[in-house]
Design a binder for this molecule. Structure first.
Ligand code: HEC
Length: 250
């Protein structure tokens, strides 16, 4: 019983506090597809182009990414490294962290492990939920991360959307605002569907970064299963061979 209580404390309490840090909005679900290399490649492209200026991913090296996502080293060197980093270097933000903290009030956190910390559903919803809000410093707000210090860096792709809220009665007789829907103010270069796809790819990539070895495990897992099946056939034949002259009937 004591053990159970301990497990409860260690596992459930951080989970509950993470969940509480959201705004209670229902999250749309996002299916992670780590064996979809095309999707991961697209996610990586978006990540280096739109996120790496502010966020680092210190646990990920360009070379490892190139290898895992089956991208030629030369292509990565020429098109995906915008600093003077080498292919073997970790992915470090181009903006110095102290400068970023000064500008945004909060330092943009390292995104290596965000996939694990926040989970795919939260990340995907976060990326599609920025809306115009004149009352904040950056002019942006986010449905799943209230008063976030990050501006909507993908405006060009998604366009500008506004959030429409409705009021609902609270238990204590007062009223509170509940998110109802988004309304597009100006269009972006992508259609709603294209943007949705792009954000699923980006989330896929963020989840991959949280645990790159998982890709290897999926690949090895296939081989191991195949090996076991083949071994079983041989083992069975061998067993028949050994036992064929043994008379077990008495
Ligand atoms: C202009 C700088 C900037 C850029 C570019 C940027 N971010 Fe951010 N991001 C921030 C800041 C600042 C925060 C901290 C927000 C806060 O805590 O209020 C943040 C927070 C986040 C968080 C929340 C982390 C957490 O768990 O609290 C995620 C996830 C994130 N960014 C993802 C991205 C992705 C993906 C991109 C690329 C599409 C991106 N960011 C581009 C500045 C930036």
């Amino acid at each position: 019983m004591r053990k159970f209580a301990l497990v409860f404390l260690v596992v459930m309490v951080p989970m509950a506090s993470l969940a509480a840090s959201g705004s209670g909005v229902e999250l749309k679900s996002m299916e992670v597809r780590l064996n979809d290399t095309r999707s991961l490649q697209n996610g990586a492209k978006l990540f280096v182009n739109y996120c790496l200026s502010c966020h680092s991913a210190e646990f990920m090296r360009y070379g490892r990414m190139a290898e895992d996502l089956e991208m030629p080293v030369q292509l990565v060197e020429q098109n995906m490294i915008f600093s003077d980093a080498k292919i073997g270097d970790p992915m470090t933000a181009t903006m110095p962290a102290d400068k970023a903290a000064e500008w945004f009030g909060v330092a943009p956190p390292d995104l290596s492990l965000t996939g694990r910390l926040r989970g795919p559903d939260w990340l995907y919803n976060y990326l599609i939920s920025f809306y115009v809000d004149e009352s904040t410093v950056s002019g942006w707000n986010n449905i799943v991360f209230e008063n976030v210090a990050m501006p909507h860096v993908l405006t060009e792709l998604q366009g500008r959307q506004r959030a429409v809220f409705r009021t609902e009665p609270s238990e204590d007789g007062t009223e509170h605002k509940v998110f109802d829907r988004f309304e597009m103010e100006t269009e972006g270069t992508m259609s709603a569907e294209e943007f949705d796809h792009a954000m699923r790819d980006l989330t896929n990539f963020l989840v991959y970064m949280g645990e790159p070895a998982k890709l290897d495990r999926i690949r090895y897992g296939m081989f191991v299963m195949l090996f076991l099946i083949v071994m079983f056939v041989f083992a069975y034949m061998l067993k028949r061979e050994y036992w064929k002259d043994v008379d077990v009937s008495h």
